[in-house]
Design a binder for this molecule. Structure first.
Ligand code: ZN
Length: 343
């Protein structure tokens, strides 16, 4: 099997960067793990892939450092510029995988369901610092798809908090602005057979999920198509029906056991009132919004680790662009906003 052109280019640039960073000698294990980080699907062809990478790496390692640098500049013109700015950054943030100078888009997605706290500040600072570092864009997106505890005063408080931190997003929007699009993609998933309407009560859902077994709604989902129209047309009430992702009820990753994508919430929304009752969960809204908004690097705390597979799977099923997910632990950036803004 031959490597496709895109992978070939990715491999070349990765090897060149690694060589330039380490005095002319790229290391095979580092290069492979970087490439896999960008293109995890290569894992399936690792046996064919490694010898090709090794060959390429040996070729590049045999060149003088100056020649490597020259080639790198040809193939990735922004690299050295980015590197300079990344090295200069006052918090020593690690460089982003696959980041192009001028093209990075990050987003800060708070839910307006409470007053902002230190956790928000950290996330916002990280999103903003990376956008600045790469001369990119920061989106502030209010993830307002659970009207239960959301209030106008919290949108305002978050805006105020950001201006207090001196953070000025390039774009400000609400997830609820896109509710029709989110419904559209929800229907599409159902029509593609990747999601279904579940009418079970919460105890049944919980029990089957912990046993790894499908419910009747999933088993008959191909036959009972009229429920789709019903749920979108407001036929059902709160707790009577949900839309679930058709994941894998046996998965070791419990987040993949048919999680909820939409639920009915009959509390009026702070911006849209009672026009909309069928609301997407964060699990569904986040990947769709990130993809549509052009986010290149989506930062999520480690607590979402199990949900990353779902994030990617939803976008894959919809054939939408998948942003890079960057995980950070709270610890890693401990003290970051504190030292910067003297909170
Ligand atoms: Zn069910």
């Amino acid at each position: 099997m031959d490597i496709d052109l895109e992978t070939q280019k990715l491999a070349e640039v990765t090897i060149l960067k690694n060589a330039v960073d380490y005095n002319g000698r790229a290391r095979l294990d580092t290069v492979i793990s970087k490439i896999l980080g960008t293109k995890p699907e290569i894992k399936n062809n690792l046996k064919d892939f490694i010898p090709k990478i090794k060959e390429l790496l040996e070729q590049i390692n045999s060149l003088p450092l100056e020649k490597q640098r020259e080639l790198l500049l040809q193939k990735s013109p922004f690299y050295l510029e980015t590197k300079k700015s990344v090295e200069k950054n006052e918090f020593h943030l690690p460089p982003l995988i696959n980041a192009q100078y001028g093209k990075v888009v990050t987003r800060f997605p708070p839910e307006p369901n409470g007053y902002p706290h230190i956790g928000h500040a950290k996330a916002a600072v990280i999103d903003e610092e990376y956008a600045k570092l790469y001369s990119g864009k920061l989106i502030l997106r209010f993830d307002d798809t659970n009207p239960l505890n959301e209030k106008i005063e919290y949108y305002d408080a978050i805006m105020e908090g950001l201006s207090w931190l001196n953070i000025a997003p390039n774009i400000i929007k609400n997830t609820s602005d896109d509710i029709n699009l989110l419904h559209y993609y929800g229907k599409k998933l159902i029509n593609n057979g990747n999601a279904y309407i579940c009418l079970c009560d919460q105890t049944t859902i919980h029990n089957l999920r912990s046993k790894g077994l499908p419910c009747q709604c999933r088993i008959q989902s191909d036959k009972v198509l009229e429920n789709t129209d019903k749920i979108f047309n407001g036929y059902y009430h709160q707790n009577e029906a949900i839309i679930r992702f058709k994941g894998n009820m046996n998965s070791d990753n419990t987040a993949m056991r048919d999680p909820t994508l939409f639920r009915i919430i009959e509390t009026p929304h702070p911006l849209l009132g009672d026009k909309i009752m069928l609301w997407p969960t964060y699990d569904f809204a986040a990947p769709i919004e990130d993809s549509l908004d052009g986010v290149t690097h989506a930062f999520r705390t480690k607590e979402y680790e199990l949900r990353n597979e779902l994030y990617q799977q939803i976008l894959q099923n919809l054939e939408m662009r998948i942003p890079h997910i960057i995980e950070f632990s709270r610890l890693e950036f401990e003290g970051l906003p504190v030292s910067k803004r003297k909170l």
